[in-house]
Design a protein around this ligand. Structure first.
Ligand SMILES: [Zn+2]
Length: 68
């Protein structure tokens, strides 16, 4: 799955001023690991975590994975 940060807005790394690129990462929730794609800085490795993902909507991510 791919998480779109929204509306074609280019996210920039605050440190490098480089556009973030979608990269596969693993997020953990309730002791389980889920592979997702999140925008990540190609230079310093900073990963943008959408607020929804960080604040408890991981259950929806899990369901989205099961649909595939
Ligand atoms: Zn960076």
């Amino acid at each position: 799955m791919k998480i779109d940060p929204g509306n074609g807005l280019k996210l920039l790394c605050a440190q490098c001023r480089l556009p973030l690129v979608s990269a596969p990462v693993t997020v953990r929730y309730l002791g389980q690991a889920f592979p997702v794609e999140l925008p990540r800085c190609p230079q310093c490795g900073y990963t943008y975590v959408p607020e929804d993902l960080a604040t408890g909507k991981m259950l929806q991510v899990e369901q989205a994975l099961e649909d595939k």
